[in-house]
Design a protein around this ligand. Structure first.
Ligand code: SF4
Length: 295
């Protein structure tokens, strides 16, 4: 069964998918961090939703922002403490498992340098996440203040405007499509289902990245099978700039998805080596660049 994340790897670079499926890459740690941060974003949505119920129409924007933020710092701190703790534990286990050569000299400074690098990366992630959340709270506060004024209602009465009925991290496995995926969020409005992909990456200037486009179509197809419905629109939320981009699920989009699915199958099932352009910009950040002739 093909996973939606496999299709995304193909869209990044078909050759990368070939390496991933034929050489066992160590991606466990990255996966753990990105999964934990995704869960954190969902928890924050929950907190904002709950806090919104206590906002009153006579509050000013600053007060609204403060009230919406209650509990969020704590949630961020707890999550990063857990990530640090598990990273430390994993490192200790790795060290214990490593066979020590008798004459091996341990360079204390180097070890410290490595730890500093890793701590630096984590701090950077934390800073970016806090900026993203602050921006989102500010925008939400302005929208809530304006909506309460225009509709003359308290926060509790307008919560559906900002938090429609949603399902998070919804796993769908479809035998007919031979596809499996976890959909970040599914919003349901008047019986219509909308797949939402939550992205912490930088967005393109217009539209969505090709990989995000394919993910949106895959999610739409999975929802159609799971809920016996028809999906015409999906969304990609680029959280860094609080921008929601629309993906139209029309016939052309569906055709292009199945074309990609056929190519992914050739790489995974038949082990075919894909041809890609050489010297791509994305090669600079690719973990396979050392063993790839194309970089
Ligand atoms: S180094 Fe470049 S061409 Fe090679 S797998 Fe990575 S992205 Fe693809």
């Amino acid at each position: 069964m093909i996973s939606v994340s496999t299709i995304k790897s193909y869209m990044f670079c078909p050759l990368k998918l070939y390496f991933q499926s034929n050489i066992d890459g160590d991606v466990e740690e990255d996966y753990f961090i990105s999964k934990t941060l995704k869960d954190l974003r969902i928890d924050i949505q929950d907190i904002l939703h709950k806090n919104l119920r206590h906002i009153k129409k006579d509050m000013d924007e600053n007060e609204i922002e403060k009230r919406l933020s209650i509990g969020i710092n704590n949630q961020i701190k707890t999550t990063f403490d857990i990530i640090e703790e598990i990273n430390e534990k994993n490192k200790e286990e790795d060290e214990e498992e490593k066979p020590k050569k008798e004459d091996e000299i341990e360079f204390i400074d180097k070890k410290d340098e490595k730890k500093e690098d890793e701590d630096g990366e984590l701090n950077k992630l934390k800073k970016e996440l806090i900026n993203e959340i602050n921006l989102n709270i500010k925008i939400l506060s302005l929208k809530v203040a304006q909506s309460m004024k225009v509709l003359d209602k308290d926060g509790g009465e307008i919560q559906n405007l900002f938090f429609p009925t949603s399902m998070y991290n919804y796993l769908i496995r479809d035998i007919g499509l031979d596809l499996i995926g976890v959909i970040d969020k599914i919003e349901v409005e008047k019986g219509n289902y909308f797949p939402i992909s939550l992205k912490s990456s930088n967005p393109p200037v217009n539209g969505v990245w090709d990989g995000d486009f394919m993910e949106a179509i895959a999610n739409a197809l999975l929802i159609e099978q799971e809920f016996n419905t028809y999906v015409t629109v999906a969304y990609v939320d680029y959280l860094k700039i609080a921008s929601r981009r629309t993906v139209i699920i029309d016939t052309d989009a569906r055709k292009s998805f199945f074309k990609v699915l056929t190519n992914v199958n050739k790489i995974i099932e038949k082990g075919e080596i894909p041809t890609v352009k050489t010297g791509l910009k994305k090669c600079e950040n690719c973990e396979y660049k050392e063993l790839c002739d194309n970089s």
